[in-house]
Design a protein around this ligand. Structure first.
Ligand code: EPZ
Length: 437
């Protein structure tokens, strides 16, 4: 795993050819790992991606008192039999806001939970007010105490089922409240729930544990509370955003990639948009795609939306693609308020991009030239890698720990299909020892 100061050096201009395998979805593994807190029995999860956020989530579970065994790199056996700490500490939450997913399970099983309020991040303020409003509807008392959220169940220690209407679609909000509802007294209905495949994957795991969740993947989810949950074994779905990232890489470099171990049905909105601008995407079988771009790219507008719309996590990658497309494209980001951080770095590489609030106008095609750039958030850093793959000369990307949070060994996967990319592990500077004179 990278250290804070690692960099990527990329020499552009090489078409990618060959086969790449997609890892498990980080954004499914994170809630599924948190779900293990709902039972004292062992939950075994397969196809866990080897990325930084998973390591953080594992540390959180162990701090809380769970044991986590990894009989092999991508299998986690989690047993939360002896939980002593009912909180997610600040130092973990500040590095990974998904730590808030411990709230729902701890509150539901133990009647209490304390989680440091996550700060914002590069892409926006990212409040968790909808998570907390959901817990209050369950009868929990939720207070803010010196930067921490402290939640307590009603006096009998058990949450009460409720009808919960999210006034905004929230992925982890839906996950947190759905997990809490599994042990509540009565039947809960979630309205305007998130519909992402990761929600369905979590619901599949919860039902294997003995929960009664119906409707996951639709905007209305019903959860009939049960007395307790047991252990289970589950395989995490493939990462649809990693899949989309490699589709864009194949198209940009004018290569031919076979992308295996993926779920094209989880990426229909993105695949439809990419096909419409000239990317040839062939479904070889239900878990394999073949991607080429023989006739070049044409401009196409896109607006990011909650699933099944065009994923906000693919917006930065699409922006790079449109720098190579013939014509003018407009990209509208509706989910996060500040998710164009990559644009200024791409402009330094020669991209013609004009930002106006939530809208980005991209004119293409433009020749990109290598530069020294800085990653700011997970998907922005992926877009800088994509730009480096096609830029003239050399690109040096700083702060690649952002990309290591959500992409498993991306430089190894890219090198295996012909990219000229290497990780530079910068020596961590230690102060020279001053000899006494
Ligand atoms: C999840 O974040 C993903 N993270 C994000 O992926 C993804 O970009 C996002 O969903 C949208 O698809 C994980 O699943 C771990 P939201 P999440 O709650 O759940 C507002 C990546 O790159 N909101 O769906 O935090 C919020 O500010 C990451 O892997 C509230 O106002 O996103 C945002 O504008 C980045 N109040 C919108 O809703 C709340 O209580 C959607 O946020 C919660 C959210």
């Amino acid at each position: 795993m990278s250290t804070i100061v690692d960099k990527f050096r990329i020499s552009g201009g090489r078409p990618l050819h060959g086969r790449v395998s997609i890892s498990g979805a980080k954004n499914s593994a994170l809630p599924c790992m948190a779900a293990a807190l709902l039972t004292p029995e062992t939950v075994t999860l397969h196809n866990i991606p080897y990325v930084r956020d998973i390591i953080t989530q594992r540390r959180l579970l162990e701090d809380i008192g769970a044991t986590v065994l990894t009989p092999e790199l991508r299998t986690h056996k989690i047993t939360a039999a002896h939980v002593e700490l009912f909180e997610a500490p600040y130092e973990l939450v500040k590095t990974m806001r998904a730590s808030v997913l411990a709230l729902g399970p701890l509150l539901a099983r133990f009647g209490k939970a304390k989680v440091s309020l996550p700060g914002g991040c590069a892409i926006g303020t990212r409040p968790i007010d909808l998570h907390l409003a959901g817990f209050e509807k369950f009868g929990a008392e939720v207070k803010l105490e010196s930067g921490n959220v402290v939640a307590r169940a009603p006096s009998d220690g058990r949450l009460r089922a409720a009808d919960i209407h999210f006034n905004k679609v929230t992925v982890t909000g839906t996950e947190n409240v759905m997990m809490a509802a599994t042990l509540a007294r009565g039947t809960t209905t979630l309205h305007n729930a998130a519909r992402e495949p990761e929600i369905v994957d979590l619901a599949d795991l919860l039902n294997k544990m003995g929960a009664r969740v119906n409707g996951a993947g639709s905007e209305t989810i019903q959860i009939e509370g049960v007395e307790s949950l047991g252990g289970a074994e589950h395989t995490i779905i493939p990462d649809r955003i990693e899949t989309g990232t490699f589709i864009v890489a194949a198209a940009l470099t004018q290569g031919r990639l076979e992308i295996k171990d993926c779920r094209p049905d989880h990426l229909e909105g993105v695949i439809e948009k990419l096909r419409s601008v000239g990317v040839m995407i062939k479904e070889v079988n239900p878990t394999t795609l073949e991607v080429t771009c023989p006739d070049g790219l044409k401009a196409g507008n896109v607006t990011t939306e909650p699933y099944p719309g065009f994923a906000t996590d693919m917006q930065a990658q699409y922006m790079v693609l449109m720098t190579q497309a013939q014509g003018r494209s407009e990209i509208i980001e509706t989910v996060f308020e500040n998710r164009f951080m990559h644009a200024s770095e791409l402009q330094r590489m020669g991209a013609q991009i004009h930002i106006d609030g939530r809208s980005a106008i991209v004119d293409g095609p433009t020749m990109l030239t290598g530069a020294r750039v800085i990653a700011s958030d997970l998907r922005a850093s992926a877009s800088l890698v994509l730009a480096g793959l096609i830029a003239k000369d050399e690109t040096l990307i700083d702060r690649v720990y952002h990309i290591d949070r959500g992409y498993e060994k991306i430089e190894a996967k890219l090198r295996a299909v012909g990219a000229d990319i290497e990780r530079i592990i910068a020596p961590v500077m230690t102060a020279p020892i001053l000899e006494p004179v």
